[in-house]
Write a protein that binds this ligand. Structure first.
Ligand code: NDP
Length: 470
């Protein structure tokens, strides 16, 4: 009896996904470059599941029913290309490779093209939810041809997380649509994490709240509109004590945030496509700045940052912080969805934004109650990709603006950097402004580079010899 599917790459994600697939009744062959990892996995984690180990690629491929379906869960980048090259001699036209890693979407497009010539089907599939999600039900974002998706649809729908709106998996769109959506998912994830961190900073430095107390407030927020996975883990983090010192563990963690690239790709791609995503971009900048710890320690001794003492009504500020965070989360989604929509048009992905929001509702890191509301807005008008042109949005943001302004002001008066929150507010102001000062930019460009400009009172393209008229 041949196995239904093969999985290559038995690090944390691959192991858990293999177990999830097998527990849902699909037999799995597994392979890992380093055989010890395969052995350890089989010995330690596989019990009654139908998972068979293979130690060479030829017998691994031969163990699969045709057309073969193989999931790659290896490190993104070169390793994916290497694995494809190693597999090719054993594959036949009609076989399917699914890349479940965090591959760069342009790499996925290239691989789809290259493999199409050989008759090999390819899906680029975003997988979100970390190791827990992979085991118990992730959010799955597969993209590629419909034909390729159909081959594994039944299995994907079974292994995905479930919500009242169905399994958190859908055919996202053509070509590299799946990896594109996963990339932006991560960009939004970076922004929401940074926003929570900025709010936390105000709570600890301005309101002088101990971690445990912050945790209690986060927990209460998680019971309301801010209900989300990231809010939930944040309140849980606040409770954890270091075993040795008894202090809250979060307070002992070095303030240097790491990154693997998906947030940066989101920002780079947004710049390429000409879609404004300042809040997502600032979240990447914040991680970069955090890395200059030694420099920050030095400069903190010399650079003047006047810290005013502010008289505060704690309960009021906490309400403002909650609203400010909601505002920031909404704006982060607004920017991410706009970017996805533009890519969908430019790269012909044909993505349904309402479906994207639906499959983000469970399993993934950015799952949140607010997604229901965002879906309502998109369903009302699918052209309103950035969510801003809706009465629902106006009513939602109306009572939050003053809170964001208040928190932004507190940040400035206390010398606290709020890169994401301030950028969300400025993005909002900019889009809500009829007359931006870009007229001056155009004049400057024309002054030094004869780049020309348009006028508000006449049709046409104009150039001025500025110095002659001065
Ligand atoms: P890693 O990203 O740490 O990758 C390790 C796996 O890749 C190992 O199986 C390793 O094999 C294999 N590998 C590395 N280089 C090669 C190569 N040149 N040829 C063949 N195999 C190679 O593992 P994760 O489980 O963390 O992630 C897998 C994928 O899923 C990545 O793309 C990641 O970005 C993505 N992802 C991860 C999430 C997470 O929470 N960790 C969440 C969502 C997606 P060996 O044992 O031989 O070294």
């Amino acid at each position: 009896m041949k196995n239904y599917i093969g999985l290559i790459g038995l690090a944390v994600m691959g192991q858990n996904l293999a177990l999830n697939i097998a527990r849902n009744g699909f037999s799995v062959s597994v392979y890992n470059r380093t055989p010890e990892r395969t052995k350890e996995f089989i010995e330690k984690r596989v019990k009654e599941e139908k998972i068979d180990p293979y130690y060479d690629l030829k017998s691994f491929v031969e163990s699969l029913e045709k057309p073969r379906k193989i999931i790659l869960m290896v490190k993104a980048g070169q390793p994916v290309d290497e694995m494809i090259q190693e597999l090719l001699p054993y594959l036949e036209p009609g076989d399917l490779i699914i890349d479940g890693g965090n591959s760069y979407f342009r790499d996925t497009s290239r691989r789809i093209r290259e493999l199409k010539d050989k008759g090999i089907l390819y899906l680029g599939m975003g997988v979100s939810g970390g190791e827990y999600g992979a085991l118990h039900g992730p959010s799955l974002m597969p993209g590629g041809t419909k034909e390729a998706y159909k081959l594994v649809e039944e299995m994907l729908l079974k292994i995905a997380a479930k919500t009242e709106d169905g399994p958190c998996c859908t055919y996202v769109g053509d070509d590299s649509a799946g990896h594109f959506v996963k990339m932006v998912h991560n960009g939004i994830e970076y922004a929401i994490m940074e926003l929570i961190a900025e709010i936390y900073d105000i709570m600890r430095k301005v309101l002088n709240m101990p971690s445990e107390e912050i945790g209690k407030v986060f927990e209460s927020w998680n019971n309301g509109e801010l209900n989300s996975f990231l809010m939930e883990i944040s309140y849980k983090i606040m409770r954890v004590k270091d075993e040795e010192t008894g202090k809250p563990l979060v307070e002992l963690i070095l303030d240097k945030a790491e990154q693997k690239g998906t947030g940066k790709w989101t920002a780079q791609t947004a710049l390429d496509l000409g879609i404004p995503t300042p809040t997502l971009n600032m979240a990447v900048e914040a991680r970069i700045i955090s890395h200059f710890k030694d420099l920050r320690v030095e400069l903190s001794k010399t650079l003047p940052v006047s810290k005013e003492s502010i008289s505060l009504n704690r309960e009021e500020i906490l309400k403002d912080l909650e609203k400010a965070l909601l505002f920031g989360v909404f704006i982060s989604f607004s920017q991410g969805l706009w970017l996805i929509d533009e890519a969908s048009k430019v790269l012909n992905y044909n993505i349904d934004l309402s479906e994207v929001l639906r499959i983000w509702k469970g399993g993934c890191i950015i799952r949140a109650k607010i997604l229901n509301f965002l879906r309502e807005i998109i369903k009302e008008n699918p052209q309103n990709a950035n969510l801003l042109a809706s009465e629902k949005t106006v009513n939602f943001l109306k009572d939050k603006i003053e809170s964001v302004k208040k928190i932004s002001d507190i940040g400035k008066r206390s010398g606290i950097s709020l890169l994401c929150l301030n950028s969300a507010l400025d993005y909002y102001f900019a889009l809500a402004t009829e007359n931006l000062p870009a007229n001056l930019i155009q004049a400057q460009r024309d002054f030094f580079g004869a780049h020309t400009y348009e006028r508000i009172d006449k049709e046409g393209i104009f150039h001025t010899e500025w110095e002659k008229l001065e």
